[in-house]
Design a protein around this ligand. Structure first.
Ligand SMILES: O=C(CO)[C@H](O)[C@H](O)COP(=O)(O)O
Length: 224
């Protein structure tokens, strides 16, 4: 199967996972990226079965609205029963690196408000140790150089993502050469640097379920 077919397969599996639990007043949390987009496109077929969605990016909000799905502000919703999103890397504990699409901060906020995080990914995203994928860090623009120097002290090789401004008006540093042995500790450590908005480690709040697509089908995994 191609990677696109695997993304379709996990998007379909996520629909199967949540569809029996949808109520007329359900508001879902929706992620960002090519896998999440496939989920959004399938969700459109169920749009009369639930109330709407909270989106983790302007791009996803636009896509949801394009399908006639109402998009709500998180502040007016409170909690959502499910957050469905992709990942750049995921380990056996369902800790993830996210933010390849620069939406990490809003993704982390919506995930924090979700009762369950369902991660949808093709098998290429499953790793033993996080860090081959460059870890994104969202920074306040004026703190960019300072944060980069602090990240070097932690062992990373941070590279400014040229031309990218996040939905929050901030910048992204991608940390290369950064093998992460303790994702929970490193997530907290990076977030403690002044000027960091958040980083792309989703470890303190990892996923509850991973739907992982491979040539043999979609596997449903829970944290080890
Ligand atoms: O974190 C993300 C965006 O900020 C995405 O979930 C992540 O980059 C995976 O994207 P894709 O489904 O396109 O591979």
């Amino acid at each position: 199967m191609t990677q696109d077919e695997l993304k379709d397969a996990v998007a379909a599996a996520a629909i199967d996972e949540i569809a029996p639990h949808l109520e007329r007043d359900t508001i879902l949390g929706i992620g960002t990226g090519s896998t999440a987009n496939r989920f959004i496109d399938r969700l459109a077929r169920l749009r009369d079965d639930f109330m709407g969605a909270v989106a983790s990016s302007e791009a996803s909000a636009e896509r949801l609205r394009g399908h006639g799905i109402e998009v709500f502000e998180l502040n007016s919703v409170g909690t959502v029963p499910y957050y469905i999103d992709g990942a750049d890397e995921v380990n056996a504990h369902l800790h993830m690196i996210k933010g390849g699409g620069a939406a990490l901060t809003r993704e982390k906020i919506v995930a924090a408000c979700a009762e369950r995080f369902i991660c949808i990914a093709d098998a290429s995203k499953r790793v033993e140790r996080l860090g081959d994928f460059p870890l994104p860090v969202e920074v306040i623009p004026m703190a960019r150089s300072y944060v980069a120097r602090e990240l070097v002290k932690l062992g990373a090789d941070p590279v400014y993502r040229e031309g990218v401004i996040t939905d929050n008006g901030n910048r992204i540093l991608d940390c290369f050469e950064f093998m992460i042995d303790d994702p929970v500790a490193m997530e907290a450590r990076i977030n403690a640097i002044v000027g960091v908005v958040t980083n792309g480690l989703f470890a303190a709040r990892g996923a509850d379920v991973l739907l992982l697509g491979s040539d043999t089908g979609v596997e449903r995994l829970t944290p080890a």
